[in-house]
Design a protein around this ligand. Structure first.
Ligand SMILES: [Zn+2]
Length: 242
């Protein structure tokens, strides 16, 4: 089941795409825009068919996220059909010259977007070795860069050098979400942010997004008092102040 990121605040679907993609999503490819363009302007750039280019997402200097090609479709972004059929491509607004730096807001939004993409597409970990020979070997490396597929500096040295940091920070977000928060205790008010795991069942069941009280805590799941259902700790968020 492919979905799109809920972090998107602006959508302008580009005609420059192949629908649907022919491969599952198992890779992320980060690009630099070469211009501190807003998500709206990036959308305008990808709008004409004559442009023959697009990306799944774009991030503006203010940290807002735009979507130009849905995740179910292949963007025309990395000069490689094979790559773009399996990758989510992200254009990040950057300076127009070396090292093509991006703003702190754009960078922080990029980390969150990558973590969101991994979670929804069941990518357990982002892996970066900076090794072009590992293209397609996603068990060893599932981040790629445009410069491997075309004679370009993209994603620019600024973002290229930060790829290990991006992987580390995203993996931290992916891991911490499954750890039991130290503030979680019986009586805590929690909000269900994902689905599932109903009592006595091993199959996922839908739990309505709402605020519940923790009645019991197991290693990685909690029993919700109001509905007498277990949910995974990774699918809840502790409400502030409780
Ligand atoms: Zn690029």
């Amino acid at each position: 089941m492919m979905s799109n990121s809920s972090l998107v605040s602006y959508t302008k679907i580009s005609p420059n795409k192949t629908s649907p993609r022919n491969h599952i999503i198992d890779t992320i490819t980060i690009h630099c825009v070469v211009g501190q363009l807003s998500v709206e302007t990036i959308g305008d750039v990808f709008a004409p068919t004559s442009r023959q280019a697009s990306s799944n997402y774009g991030i503006g200097p203010d940290g807002r996220v735009g979507m130009y090609v849905e995740e179910k479709d292949r963007s025309w972004c990395s000069s490689s059909s094979a790559n773009d059929n399996r990758a989510i491509t992200i254009e990040v607004a950057s300076d127009t010259s070396h090292p093509y730096a991006v703003t702190v807001k754009a960078y922080e939004a990029l980390i969150k977007l990558c973590a969101d993409i991994c979670k929804r597409n069941n990518i357990k970990e982002l892996k970066w070795k900076g090794d072009k020979s590992l293209i397609g070997q996603v068990d060893k490396q599932n981040m790629t860069v445009h410069r491997w597929f075309a004679n370009k500096s993209c994603p620019g040295d600024y973002l290229y050098r930060l790829h290990a940091d991006i992987a580390n920070r995203v993996n931290k977000l992916l891991n911490t979400s499954s750890e039991k928060p130290s503030t979680l205790k019986i009586g805590s008010k929690v909000e269900v942010i994902g689905t599932k795991y109903a009592t006595g069942q091993n199959i996922p069941a839908f739990v309505k997004k709402n605020i519940y009280t923790v009645e019991q805590i197991d290693s990685n799941k909690v029993l919700l008092k109001e509905i007498i259902s277990w949910v995974y700790v990774k699918d809840i968020q502790i409400i502030e102040g409780e």
